[in-house]
Design a protein around this ligand. Structure first.
Ligand code: CO
Length: 465
């Protein structure tokens, strides 16, 4: 049997799941060279939330973070998560933006791009796959895993076949909600291994308390790669701990051969950082608790806590159970979309509206209307006709690839952001996050100018004294 490969997620999903993606670059850099010696297959370090948090909260250049990580990680592959035609944002972008973004991500240090579409509509992956291949990245296509009467093992097998035909170098089963179960994982991996020779990667979350068993069964079925997080950023809504699984699997013929001493060093480094975020309240101990409701309602952990806080703000926390029960109903009405960004937020909001207004679909957010019109791609199964009529009336549903309706937009974005952007990377930051990027870009260059003035002043003083 082949050696099991481990992808370390702490620098993306790990801190995103537990501390709202707040790790700063200065907290990451000092331990990178040690992490590079662990023997991981890859490190996931970049994605939508990392980019967003950098410019929105941390006043950091996300591209600079990537370049710095690359500088210190010489042996291990760097991986990012990409939402297909949505890139790292929440809408569909034109193909020229998709290509530019992928080109620069790879140029700035990314090796593996894990690309997914929330609806598993492969049309929304076309442009990304093409660009990843063009710029010689590793294209990992991810299945957004969910459960429903149409999301059967056979459905996923067909999806994986299509992805491979489209050019996938590997396939990821992305169980973002932690709703996969150990025996289903075994069955799915076993069948995938029969139909394809490209590597299969499994990604899950500990939310519902069964992630370690999922990995155990998947490894027995021959999965090639699993995603784990170093212990201080593991468990709860994050991935299982790297150290524990490295030990577990070292006792079988698929030993991942990670350097245990280095792993412990990495864990010791992150412990006080984790503790700091816990004492500041950024890490809410609640996210570390096991939440089997995720399995019952098929709702991701992050969505559970979001719904609860939205209800609390409305003074309606007693409706929590009702909203949870409404979520699967909305999913059914709308053709069983997987609950992953941005669909999870959209379905959650609709369920909330349905319960709080006392009448279903009386109030419908614009995003749900767009979804019903086909602007996010094809719903996994047909949308209930009556509900569709109630939401969009007689408006025609589009069936082409949504991005085919978009004109190239990079040049117009460049014009729009004007002097604030000094590089193409800056233009992309603006294209992805137009509300927050201007303030971030202003600060970024103001600081630089200030630094330059200070440096000149110091130089002047030292030369002239
Ligand atoms: Co995840």
């Amino acid at each position: 049997m082949k050696q099991l490969k481990i992808t370390e997620t702490s620098l993306r999903d790990g801190h995103q799941s537990l501390i709202a993606t707040r790790l700063k670059t200065e907290e990451i850099v000092p331990i990178l060279e040690t992490m590079d010696q662990v023997g991981y297959y890859a490190m996931e370090v970049w994605g939508g939330a990392t980019f967003d948090a950098c410019i929105r909260f941390l006043n950091e250049d996300p591209w600079e973070r990537l370049r710095l990580i690359r500088k210190h990680i010489k042996n291990t592959k760097l991986q990012m998560l990409l939402r297909g035609q949505n890139l790292l944002g929440y809408r569909h972008y034109a193909d020229d933006i998709v290509e530019k973004f992928i080109e620069l991500s790879i140029k700035n240090g990314i090796d593996i791009i894990r690309v997914f579409d929330a609806l598993n509509d492969v049309k929304n992956l076309e442009a990304s796959i093409k660009a990843i291949k063009k710029y010689k990245g590793h294209c990992q296509c991810a299945i957004s895993y969910t459960t429903s009467p149409i999301h059967t093992t056979e459905y996923y097998i067909e999806l994986a076949k299509t992805m491979e035909e489209m050019g996938a170098d590997s396939i990821c089963i992305k169980d973002m909600a932690g709703v996969l179960t150990p025996y289903n994982a075994y069955d799915l991996v076993k069948k995938l291994k029969k139909i394809t020779n490209i590597p299969i990667n499994l990604h899950t979350h500990c939310t519902s308390g069964i992630a370690d068993m999922i990995y155990m069964k998947a490894v027995e079925a021959g999965v090639d790669i699993i995603d784990t997080a170093i212990s201080p950023f593991s468990g709860g809504t994050s991935q299982p701990p790297t150290e524990s699984l490295a030990v577990t699997f070292s006792e079988m013929d698929r030993n991942p051969n990670l350097d245990m001493d280095k792993l412990l060093e990495v864990a010791e480094y992150f412990k006080p950082i984790r503790d700091k975020y816990m004492s500041e309240g950024v890490l809410n101990p609640k996210v570390l608790l096991t939440e089997p409701q995720a399995l019952k309602y098929q709702v991701p952990g992050g969505m559970l806590s979001n719904l609860l806080s939205q209800l609390e703000q409305q003074g309606a926390s007693h409706k929590y159970e009702d909203v949870l029960k409404e979520v699967p109903k909305v999913r059914k009405d709308l053709g069983y979309p997987p609950l992953v960004t941005p669909l999870s937020q959209m379905i959650g909001t609709q369920a909330l509206f349905n319960v709080l207004n006392g009448e279903r679909y009386k109030l419908v957010p614009k995003e749900i209307k767009d979804y019903v019109k086909g602007q996010y791609g094809k719903a996994p199964s047909p949308i209930d006709e009556e509900i569709k009529k109630k939401i969009i009336g007689d408006v025609k549903v589009i069936s082409v690839r949504p991005a085919d309706l978009l004109e190239p937009e990079f040049e117009s974005m460049k014009k729009e952001v004007g002097d604030l952007a000094k590089t193409d990377e800056d233009v992309l930051a603006y294209a992805l996050f137009p509300q927050v990027a201007p303030r971030y870009l202003e600060n970024k260059y103001k600081l630089k100018v200030k630094e330059e003035i200070e440096n000149k002043l110091i130089h002047y003083i030292t030369v002239n004294m």
